[in-house]
Ligand binder design. Sequence first.
Ligand code: MN
Ligand code: MN
Length: 476
Amino acid sequence: MSDKEKSAGTLLKEKLEKNWESAWKDFNEDDQLQAFGHDYLGFLSKGKTERQWVNLSVQLAEEAGYQPLENFLKKEKLEAGDKVYAIHKNKTVILFNIGKEAISQGMAIIGAHIDAPRLDLKPAPLYESEALGLFKTHYYGGIKKYQWVTIPLAIHGRVMKKDGGFVDITIGEDAKDPVFCITDLLPHLAKEQNGKKLDEAITGEGLNLLIGSRPYPENELKDGVKANLLKILNDKYGIIEEDFATAELEVVPAGAARNVGFDESLIGGYGQDDRVCSFTALRAILDQTQPANRTQCVILADKEEIGSVGNTGMHSRFFENTVAEVINLLGEKKAELILRRCLMNSAMLSADVTAGVDPNYAGTHDKFNAPYLGKGIVLSKYGGARGKSGSNDAHAEFMGKMRKLMDDAGVVWQMGELGRIDLGGGGTIAYILAEYGMDVLDCGPALLSMHAPFEISSKVDVYMTYKGYKEFLKNY
Ligand code: MN
Ligand code: MN
């Protein structure tokens, strides 16, 4: 229809009204999108723990010319164009692309987290019951416990041995590997269980992992299954039962991330909260083609799912300390003051996922302010719960800058709240970095089935997130 044929009302609406359209509309970067999706699937399938994610990220960073901070500490010098990474406790990594501008002007920072909800083995996990061998677990982060039974599970992690050495374990991912499982009651005997509330039907102490059933071949040996498992563990990994006390073993869904849907427009996999933002942020900094004007920084942090605590969570000073090292290497006088100015003048995208509208669960969102899969990267002005409590409420000015940045780069974005007011809520690392006085905005793709063993994202949202992050680092 030409403009002449349109009614005055239609023209008015076209001019003034906002329609939040699909990011697939007029989308013409299919080759880049498919290539990016393929890379992401590979990373997501291989990186199931924080340590693994750090290793994968550093590998990619080194290929892009990044060097460890230690190299620069030896040279006692850093300058524009230098690309640096710093690892903390094997579980967090920070990357810097040093810009030409004085660092006191602030950095463009993207902060994501690389931990994900899972089941951790307890310090004394191994026991035998009813002639079966089991591991006790303690879940990490917010899970719906019923989702973790009767699915194939893998074990990843590190065991510190008595002699100070360690062994890294990954079992359940290769097609030749065995997997592990938490059993559930058959429906025939589940009358009592079915009558319980969803969050009480499966208990934390009931999440025990089935790991074997064949006893050690010696008659009358007590707990023969456990004995046989200890033998296998000792043969395979050289560990003894006491070593579990000094281990970090994570039980996660087994298997690779996959394309989802006949049209392969979606991605399904474990740990997309928040490895989708970690991967897009990492690629956003590594794929910069021009020297940085403002120093660019990507933080991949641990422990967000349990409140950003501990010395690898964002409440720890490792980030601030690392920036102090960078400032010192840049030869700044009054380093402490420059550090304060740098952090105050920085801007950060708190790169985390949000909850997309699920057609199976109508009414969880205010539909006018809800994020939808396929409508692009979500700018969440605030998160939190019950009256924005605990949220970083981004300022209109910063939102305005981000909006212009995204629009100018052809990045499709949408607004989003985490869900309907008073229904629940949640936080990210946004408020922690905001304590320095820097501008912070929550910004990432929407997921379905967040925190489930198999989370769903939209490929076009993932791609728009990458484009948006890249643009922010380059031009903020
Ligand atoms: Mn998250
Ligand atoms: Mn989460």
